[in-house]
Design a protein around this ligand. Structure first.
Ligand code: CDP
Ligand code: MG
Length: 140
């Protein structure tokens, strides 16, 4: 299995509750290494562009409002099969469906305020990493 990278966001519901460390600990315990990390306030333009794929979905407007409602921590994670490894530790989008031991089961407040984002493919991971990080900000 190859060592790859994925992109993660610790969402505003988690930063607000001071869970940055707790979430990161679960990522690290799942075998992922944080090779880039910064705390930012996403602009409305950034959030709209980042979630453009969901522009036609009914939750898009509220999602953009939520993602700009407070600071987020954007991260690049590295590990064996990083995209799947991260999706597995994140748990299901809706915390009501999330398995025990996952970040969303432990921390998510709702289907919207679900504590973490994770890329869903290697291709999207590359795009999402480049959206927030320059190459010289990533130190593996
Ligand atoms: O984040 P994930 O890839 O698991 O789910 P998604 O289907 O790509 O949706 C992106 C984000 O939109 C979710 O993480 C939720 O924050 C939000 N969402 C929502 O507010 N209501 C839904 N019915 C579905 C997703
Ligand atoms: Mg998604």
């Amino acid at each position: 299995m190859a060592v790859t990278r994925t992109f993660s966001i610790i969402k505003p519901d988690a930063t607000r509750r001071n869970l940055t460390g707790a979430v990161t600990k679960m990522l690290e315990e799942a075998g992922l290494r944080v090779v880039a990390s910064k705390r930012i306030q996403m602009t409305e333009d950034q959030a709209k562009k980042f979630y453009e794929v969901h522009a036609e979905r009914p939750f898009y407007g509220e999602l953009v409002d939520f993602m700009t409602s407070g600071p987020v921590v954007v991260q690049v994670l590295e590990g064996e099969d990083a995209v799947k490894r991260n999706r597995d530790v994140m748990g299901a989008t809706n915390p009501a469906d999330a398995d025990e031991g996952t970040i969303r089961k432990a921390f998510a407040e709702s289907i919207e305020a679900n504590s973490v984002h994770g890329s869903d493919s290697d291709e999207n991971a590359a795009t999402e990493i480049a959206f927030f990080f320059n190459d010289d900000e990533i130190v593996g």
